[in-house]
Design a protein around this ligand. Structure first.
Ligand SMILES: C[S@@+](CC[C@H](N)C(=O)[O-])C[C@H]1O[C@@H](n2cnc3c(N)ncnc32)[C@H](O)[C@@H]1O
Length: 229
């Protein structure tokens, strides 16, 4: 069951928009002193890391179930929605976010316009305004924490997009990857923009088969991990 309690929203006191090298914007969070995406390109990073290196690896499945740790602006969730429409493939997206963002800030970023899907803007806004909805080929759920996630779901794709280990070290430890491994479907894929050795070792210790692969534009490497079949 989804917790319908209203979390306080981050607003313009805590966040401001920053341009990135591909012309798309990201947000800077003053509380964490961190940006939500790479400054080399917010949309380029999302497309490369989460769509190409994770979603595209699961295209052989009849239905793809995604868990994202760090829903944030909703950019990765919106790309997952566009993926479902393009491939006419059922995608079930579950996002974890403890600090949701005011909708007016999301409007200003205008990811649907940047991606040339301005007519789909309502979908991204709905992801921020409601915690769950269904549309053709796509279901969406947003949760504050693990506790309200359904137990029985095995995730084909895990987008691990917390703030960096230097900022949130508690989220990159062995416990986290053990938990994610248990929640990953056989043959499922976990990706993150981070390529640190400690993180890689934690993933391997959990049971994932991990590779360092070329990262998004401007980033040399990222991690891609599969749960063995
Ligand atoms: C790097 S940003 C994610 C960017 C996001 N994927 C996007 O496309 O905009 C990290 C996100 O993780 C969220 N976060 C941090 N700690 C969390 C926690 N313990 N549980 C859930 N979300 C968390 C932050 O509030 C932030 O939105």
């Amino acid at each position: 069951m989804i917790n319908e309690s209203v979390s306080p929203l981050l607003g313009r006191e805590e966040l401001f928009a920053v341009p990135t090298s591909d012309g798309s914007f990201t947000l800077y969070n003053k509380l964490f002193k961190a940006t939500y995406h790479s400054l080399y390109g917010a949309v380029s990073e999302s497309k490369h890391t989460y769509r190409q290196k994770c979603l595209d690896t699961q295209l052989h499945k009849a239905r793809i179930c995604i868990l994202e740790f760090g829903f944030g602006t909703g950019l990765n969730a919106f790309l997952a929605f566009l993926f479902s429409q393009k491939h006419q493939l059922q995608v079930d997206y579950f996002g974890l976010e403890c600090l949701p963002i005011e909708v007016s800030i999301i409007n200003d970023l205008d990811y649907p316009g940047y991606l040339a899907f301005p007519d789909q803007k309502d979908i991204l806004i709905k992801m921020h305004e409601t915690r769950a909805f269904n549309t053709e080929y796509f279901t969406f759920q947003r949760h504050d924490s693990w506790n309200s996630l359904p137990d029985k779901v095995d995730f084909d794709c895990i987008f691990f997009d917390a703030f960096a280990p230097e900022v949130q070290p508690e989220l990159w430890g062995q416990d986290m990857f053990d938990r994610l491994y248990r929640a990953t479907a056989s043959g499922g894929c976990l990706v993150t923009y981070c390529a640190k050795g400690d993180v890689r070792r934690n993933m391997e210790h959990s049971g994932y088969l991990v590779s360092r692969i070329p990262g998004a534009p401007g980033k040399r490497q990222m991690l891609q991990a599969f749960k063995p079949q």
